[in-house]
Design a protein around this ligand. Sequence first.
Ligand code: PMP
Length: 361
Amino acid sequence: MGRIAPQPGIMEIALYQGGASTLPGRSDVLKLSSNENPRGAPPSAMAAVTEAAARLHRYPPTDHADLRAAIGEAHGLDPERIICGAGSDEVFVFLVQSYAGPGDEILHTEHGFSLYPILAHSVGATPVSVPERDRVVDVDALLAGVTERTRIVFLTNPGNPTATRLPDAEVARLAEGLPESCLLILDGAYAEYAEGYDGGAALAESRPNVVMTRTFSKIYGLGGLRIGWGYGAPEVIDVLNRVRAPFNLSGVQLAAAEAAVRDRDWVAAERAANARNRARLAGALAQLGLPSDPSETNFILPRFADAAEAEACEAHLRGAGILVRKVAGYGLPQCLRITVGTDADCDRVIAAIRDWREGTA
Ligand code: PMP
């Protein structure tokens, strides 16, 4: 009898390196490294959490019917085609577990979300990274990367960390070009921040091999609670529900998400505040010689002269108590990813970068 051993592929996974959220000896840390909502959770969701806490001794509903109905109403979608998970992360787990296995390939783009290759390895599949063109997804390259082993294609749209958005016509061209045996996952974690974008809902409705995923972690300010959802063909949702643990979401999670998604005025105000501050932050940094592509998300990706300059700026910001994200691991060593904060947060990060520029000029 041999010793216990993990499944093939597991040891290929590099442990996820989450960014720090504190700095030793500092109480004034400004965290702009995880694309969270800088104004926090909606008050409506906080109230729902307090109310749901009275039922902590009860198991939660397993079918998530109320939350699915609320999401359906808010987005004009069929609740029967919705599945909810502990973050969109868990919805990806259901999808990868259900549709890929040893010997299969899972495509993602060069600068795509770091969880995709981890999930591919977790089921013994091979992650395949496809180049982007100037930080924008290249549909021709993705289609050329498809082989008879490809089971899943992940598309982050708008992108993280690129912040750019692939136009609807290009997403449709990708969906049309894929074999029907290949699942297209449209990861719309930042969809609410993109003007006039449905996150891929219409495509997911019309094509049986397209699934859209969304999250409560970004614009809804509920990253700490872990809630996300997916939208796809009834046959796909049925498959995912078979692998989902019955009590995967707590009553507190369900109540908070339902209140947040019904709070349309709050969401609209958050979108407007983000757009205003994003323009101000990107404009100020461009004036300091740090241009960025037009962002359709709640972060920007300023470009530096080279990797060393990006590192030096990150270190200066850390010294000033400001955490931003290094993205060398995403193939973008000459960039930093900076979350759009509140008015005061933007003032502070702009002032710190100006200081750094003046110090190095
Ligand atoms: N997709 C992208 C592109 C993300 O950036 C993130 C969070 N960083 C997620 C998915 C996962 O979000 P959730 O919190 O819903 O698991």
